[in-house]
Design a binder for this molecule. Structure first.
Ligand code: HEM
Length: 502
């Protein structure tokens, strides 16, 4: 054995092996850098980390801004050991997301790491995704959304009650927190028939479990490990270190199974996602309709979890930034309020009235432009493909940097200024459709877009009718943004509200 050791020392031998491995790795990155070979510009990667070091230092949105500014609209980067193309060229984006979407049908997914989420729409691939999307889509049709309206109405009343409490107590509060409760209660009620009531009881067991999913402190670490070494992340997963805790998963699985069983036995009926899945099963049994497949219980749980994950942080982020804008731009708040008064007054709010609020729609879109909750989404090439002047290979990941696209000064003059009129129909018609990608685009766009916009608009319209939103001494202006995850305010958003005089 000593025969193989350098200077008879294990430590020295290991050290030399390590140096060799490291040099080989650097050589591979620098000389064999895949982007150099195909000619795509980009930074020289930091070994093992790639851009992760800069992302931790500057924040994902800022780092993306810097990369696009320095290297242009096609940039080759490494995230850990994965090579990624950051694509912000609008014509090429249209090809990838829409025209040639058949070649980019899948997203990158953390297989073997996310448990039941693997069966959810965000991660499913190819025909599994197509089949699930076709079954799930009716949940978000105009008719179904209208049917869910009364449930949204109830949660937005609870949201209003909280605001009025703060107004009466003259208490400063974190709008992010109560928007999160609102988003959770709305998804729970409209999609699963679960009354989470987190707006009234933040400590209920279910709420604690659900909130645990979104407190991503350990998950953040695991995600970073995943980027550096997917194999190591998968190994850790088998040892119980996961994005989602086993306790939470067991609790949610049990709860969902109970709901499914009650619906299958016709013990209750509601206009929600679970009901649509159960009705679909019965239609398939009776051979009604064109879809012949159903989702099994695991797949239904997967969709349910994805709705929670994809809809909770995003919608509450949109609402928080909307209220922040109301507080910091009082003239815009007054215009939104006047429009609500003119179109709805004190009458009951209906989905059709909400659609008449054109100025509100522009303000919501401008909020999503300035503060897009999802700052990156991606596609994986399923074939070799000609991306503009570059030949890319099957398996390449195209990542869409939404923040720099939404803050491009050529497309959006004075991009840091909040100007709702950018979204008037005349201004919209002048722009490339790929300049605004808050909900992605193409066949794999956000399935919950209309649900999210409807719930957020109902809540803000109801709120603005009764309270005026104001800054307080704790409101941070300009706002500090979190560095990782979705684009969220770093320390929440502190505001105050006062009752509007009758
Ligand atoms: C303001 C709120 C929201 C924003 C900004 C948002 C944004 C996005 C974005 C950017 C994507 C990726 C699209 C793409 O790859 O082209 C996405 C996908 C998705 N979103 Fe949303 N989302 C929001 C709310 C919701 C809600 C409320 C739900 C469900 C109730 C939801 C469910 C999903 C699902 C399931 C996908 C994956 C779709 C698929 O792969 O077929 N989202 N969302």
């Amino acid at each position: 054995m000593a025969y193989f050791l350098i200077g008879d020392s294990i430590t020295l031998t290991l050290f030399v092996i390590l140096i060799f491995a490291f040099t080989y790795y650097i050589y591979n990155l620098l000389i064999n850098n895949v982007f150099r070979r195909i000619g795509i510009p980009g930074p020289t990667p930091i070994p093992f980390l790639g851009e992760i070091f800069n992302v931790i230092r500057k924040g994902l949105y800022k780092n993306d801004m810097d990369l696009v500014k320095k290297y242009g609209k096609i940039v080759g980067i490494y995230e850990g050991t994965s090579s990624i193309i950051l694509l912000s060229d609008p014509d090429l984006l249209r090809n990838v997301l829409i025209k040639d979407s058949y070649a980019f049908i899948n997203r990158r997914s953390a297989e073997g790491l996310i448990g039941p989420l693997e069966h959810g729409l965000l991660s499913l691939k190819d025909d599994h995704w197509k089949n699930a999307r076709a079954i799930v889509s009716p949940t978000f049709s105009t008719a179904k959304l209208k049917a869910m309206y009364s449930l949204m109405d109830q949660t937005s009343d609870m949201f209003n009650d909280r605001l009025l409490e703060y107004a009466d107590k003259q208490e400063i509060f974190n709008i992010k927190e109560i928007s999160q409760h609102f988003a959770l209660d709305t998804i729970g009620s409209c999609l699963f028939g679960i009354e989470t009531n987190s707006l009234q009881n933040e400590n209920a067991t279910l709420v604690k479990h659900l909130k645990g999913i979104f407190t991503l402190s350990l998950a953040n670490l695991i995600i970073i490990v995943y980027f550096i070494s997917p194999r190591l992340a998968r190994y850790l997963y088998t040892k119980g270190y996961s994005i989602l805790s086993k306790n939470t998963m067991d609790y949610l699985t049990e709860l969902l199974n109970q709901i499914l069983n009650r619906r299958r036995q016709h013990l209750e009926r509601r206009n929600d996602f679970i009901q649509i899945m159960v009705d679909h099963e019965e239609q398939v049994k009776q051979e009604i309709g064109t879809l012949t497949k159903t989702l099994n219980d695991k797949e239904i749980l997967g969709q349910a979890l994805v709705f929670l994950l994809a809809g909770y942080e995003t919608t509450s982020t949109l609402m928080s930034f909307f209220f922040y804008v109301m507080a910091t731009e009082p003239e815009i708040q007054e215009k939104v309020y006047q429009e609500i008064q003119q179109e709805i007054g004190d009458n009951e709010i209906k989905p059709d009235n909400i659609n008449q609020l054109h100025y509100l729609d522009m303000v919501v879109n401008e909020t999503l432009r300035m503060y897009p909750p999802v700052i990156r989404f991606d596609r994986v090439a399923s074939n070799d493909y000609k991306l503009g002047d570059y030949q890319i290979l099957k398996g390449f990941i195209i990542s869409v940097p939404v923040y720099p696209i939404h803050h491009d000064p050529i497309v959006w003059p004075d991009p840091e200024k909040f100007i709702p009129e950018r979204f008037s129909s005349t201004e919209k018609a002048k722009r490339h459709p790929m300049s605004f990608l808050a909900f992605g685009d193409g066949p794999r766009n956000c399935i919950g877009m209309r649900f999210a916009l409807l719930e957020a608009k109902i809540a803000v319209v109801k709120a603005l009718r009764v309270v005026e939103i104001q800054c307080c001494e704790k409101t941070k202006i300009p706002i500090k943004l979190n560095k990782l995850k979705v684009l969220v305010p770093k320390q929440g958003i502190s505001l105050r509200v006062v009752r509007r005089s009758q």
